[in-house]
Write a protein that binds this ligand. Sequence first.
Ligand SMILES: CC(C)(COP(=O)(O)OP(=O)(O)OC[C@H]1O[C@@H](n2cnc3c(N)ncnc32)[C@H](O)[C@@H]1OP(=O)(O)O)[C@@H](O)C(=O)NCCC(=O)NCCS
Length: 156
Amino acid sequence: MQYKEEHFAFGDTQVHGTGGLAYYDDYDEWLKHIRLIKEGDPAGGVRTSTFFSKRLSDGRLIGCIKIHHSLTPQLESGGHIAYGIRPSERGKGYGRQQLQLAIGFARHLPLKEVIIACDKDNAASANTAKSCGGILIKEFEEDGVMKQHYAVRFED
Ligand SMILES: CC(C)(COP(=O)(O)OP(=O)(O)OC[C@H]1O[C@@H](n2cnc3c(N)ncnc32)[C@H](O)[C@@H]1OP(=O)(O)O)[C@@H](O)C(=O)NCCC(=O)NCCS
């Protein structure tokens, strides 16, 4: 909850990569939701794994990242992976490390590539995707906002 509050105090309206933590006032309720979608979201049928990134030196929660194990037409524009780092820890290389770890997890899924979506004007997100091997494959407009898709391709 402190992690969430830090985002709002900073001016963020979303807590990226958490599977909707912004909409939960109760941690246990959110955890129930995360555990449910890990097995398969009843609404969309897709499995989604959500991870905390914890700093080993002091145990601080640094970031969150979620991975859809597959995509449906409804989920396609948002891609497989969404991520966030708490505001006080941004710009220190954690976003890159976190995404690298998540890509390592995704390599074990039956996927040929993972898609990372970001708003075109979100340079931090785009650079994070690029720093982990993401290649720009698509630009498109959605609800008046220019979006980008970066693909990280896996070798056979
Ligand atoms: C996007 C985000 C996760 C990046 O995490 P981070 O820990 O700040 O990123 P890092 O320090 O690991 O930097 C990763 C790359 O992005 C670049 N970068 C970081 N902050 C940047 C900024 N504000 N503007 C431009 N580039 C930036 C870094 O230089 C680095 O690129 P490099 O490897 O070419 O040098 C973080 O800014 C965040 O949580 N943003 C809000 C949530 C969000 O927008 N999520 C993405 C949408 S799903």
